[in-house]
Design a protein around this ligand. Structure first.
Ligand code: AMP
Length: 575
């Protein structure tokens, strides 16, 4: 009993701790940098830059260069090969995270350690404490659509898996979930099962069995929740049968998963009837989450950035339940927590936790000489400005370009609240045009609105530049919910896409035809599921999956999946 009480999180104490840290953000940043440099000063990497024991921000910024992942790759590779475990840190690195690879095109190794685990838990607890003020949770369970990736050993014998896998496998994760009174309703075997389609089915089943206890429906990235309920639409009758009979569908073939879930099942005709009637009574699955899990307080997951396109569908499934957007971080480390849970996902911000790393910001506004401006410190950023974020953390990354662009929306005490804007790398460019992930998203959103007249919706999208023809042009791939019947509407969607890229370089080039008409290609239903399967096959985790919004020429497999599934194609006549 005592043990149980000790485990509970005290949200007000967590908030007080965060308030103290954020009030004193500048001092906390200096101390954090000092601790990082003291702990790791003996590493080969820091030795190289001749800090000679200096730990102040000025010496750090003048001596240690800004780097990207490729600059650190040789060090990380030697760590993974077991040749130089202290290349980047004082304490040897024993675990490697595999980033999702969906943002960068190919998976990359990054170091993982206890400090990273602790900051992950600090972020989780901080945002939970703020959510809990608005939507208190008590003795509940969470239907968490979380999945582990395959784990493997590197050449040097280090454990490697995606960052989320490293987190889920850690005992501190479960302890924190218990402390928040929302342990996952599915047994570990489901989370760690080797086949994500089977795990997804079982997550749904476990959720339904404990439907009255479910108070939170969540996932790391919101895509997984949408994907789960799209699947539910297909398999719900099988789930009802399993509950009625108390036996598990034969599609679940992994023995560990079968055994674990079978233990939870017993024939329950009453529950089966209830679920059947609920589903039968829904119109186009509107509100399915709310109806199936009546005690759910909110839906939780990352809903910003490349997840925004799924919000419409998520709102449809949620049927009025609050959508609360989760925190901001990456395999490399966390950045900020959502401490304003009442803001709609489109406006979500992330307050930087000043003790989990040392943060710098490169202003995106060009300097007077047209070049890149110097990075400024956490408390020196200006409201309304956009920056590229630079991270120094406890796991061996120093002045590391995360590759993300953020905008400062305000301050919480003296720590900034950031809005995620997009990945920095350019997405679409033929010549002088520049369009980012965000520009593509805005264009797709306005064009997809035209589908409503056809009672159709956009399931997913991606793009590429076709420079094999002259002039080169943009190609946008769409999967839509129904069959592409009305050519006129889709032609109009294509024109609208073309018109919606408003950057001067694009518009100018289109007018003189140095960029050709945009092409909209409609792909067969299920194509994006195949792309997901492809990434999972490569070792990516569904939990971290983000549909690549631009498919580069090096990504031949995905291009192949897309091209063999094209069913219709349209060229813009907008210019
Ligand atoms: P990964 O490669 O799986 O570690 O993904 C990390 C990347 O996911 C970050 O660099 C961001 O681009 C994106 N990301 C993470 N959290 C958020 C968030 N809250 N909002 C938008 N994008 C995010």
């Amino acid at each position: 009993m005592l043990e149980k009480m000790e485990e509970r999180l005290d949200p007000e104490a967590v908030i007080e701790e965060f308030e103290a840290l954020s009030r004193d953000a500048e001092r906390v940043q200096r101390e954090t940098l000092r601790t990082i440099l003291e702990q790791n000063g003996e590493s080969e990497y820091l030795q190289r830059w001749g800090l000679n024991g200096r730990t102040d921000p000025h010496s750090f910024k003048t001596r240690v260069p800004l780097v990207s992942h490729v600059d650190l790759e040789p060090y990380i590779q030697r760590i993974a090969d077991g040749k130089s475990p202290s290349a980047l840190t004082g304490k040897p690195i024993t675990t490697i995270s595999l980033s999702s690879g969906t943002t960068q095109g190919k998976p990359k190794f990054v170091p993982f350690n206890d400090e990273l685990m602790d900051s992950t838990m600090q972020i989780y607890k901080t945002s939970f404490a703020f959510r809990n003020r608005e939507y208190p949770i008590a003795n509940g369970k969470a239907l968490q659509f979380i999945y582990s990736s395959k784990q493997f050993k590197t050449k040097g014998g280090l454990a490697a898996g995606t960052a989320t896998t490293n987190v889920y496998r850690n005992e501190k994760f479960k302890k924190t979930m218990r402390a928040m009174q929302t342990p996952c309703c599915s047994p570990d075997e489901v989370i760690f099962g080797p086949d994500f389609n089977q795990s997804l089915y079982c997550h749904l089943l476990c959720g339904l069995i404990s439907r009255d206890k479910i108070q939170v429906v969540s996932s790391t990235f919101a895509h997984s929740i949408v994907h789960a309920f799209r699947t539910f639409e297909q398999v719900w009758e099988d789930l009802v049968t399993d509950i009625r009979k108390g036996s598990l569908n034969s599609r679940i073939t992994v023995p560990s998963v079968r055994t674990a879930v079978t233990k939870l099942l017993e024939p329950n005709a009453e529950l089966a009837d209830k679920i059947y009637q609920t589903c039968a009574g829904l119109s186009n699955w509107y509100g399915v989450i709310k109806e199936l899990f009546p005690n759910t307080k909110y839906i939780y997951g990352i809903m910003t950035g490349s997840m925004e396109p799924y919000l419409k569908k998520l709102r449809h499934y949620a049927g009025g339940l609050p959508l609360l957007s989760a925190d901001y971080g990456s395999s490399e480390g966390w950045v900020g927590a959502n401490v304003n849970p009442l803001l709609p996902p489109e406006m979500a911000t992330f307050a930087v936790l000043p003790n989990i790393g040392y943060f710098e910001f490169i202003p995106l506004k060009e300097g007077s000489d047209g070049g890149e401006r110097d990075a400024v410190g956490l408390t020196e950023v200006e409201v309304g400005e956009e920056y590229e974020i630079i991270v120094t953390n406890f796991a061996g990354l120093y002045r590391y370009r995360l590759g993300d662009v953020v905008k400062v929306k305000g301050f919480h005490n003296s720590t900034p609240e950031l809005q995620f804007i997009c990945r920095r790398n350019l997405l679409l460019t033929v010549n002088i045009d520049k369009n980012t992930e965000k520009d593509l998203q805005i264009a797709v959103e306005s064009a997809a609105n035209l589908l409503a007249s056809e009672k159709q919706e956009l399931v997913d999208f991606t793009s590429r530049v076709n420079s094999a023809v002259d002039p080169g042009h943009y190609v946008v791939f769409w999967e839509i919910s129904g069959d592409p019947q009305n050519n006129e509407v889709l032609q109009e969607c294509c024109n609208c896409l073309d018109r919606s890229f408003v950057d001067a370089g694009y518009v100018g080039s289109r007018k003189i035809n140095s960029i050709g008409p945009l092409e909209l290609r409609i792909v067969r239903k299920g194509t994006f599921h195949k792309i997901l399967d492809h990434y999972v096959g490569l070792g990516a985790a569904v939990s971290q999956f983000k549909t690549p919004r631009c498919v580069g020429p090096n990504n031949g497999d995905v291009l192949q999946i897309l091209s063999v599934n094209v069913v219709k194609s349209y060229f813009s006549s907008a210019y």
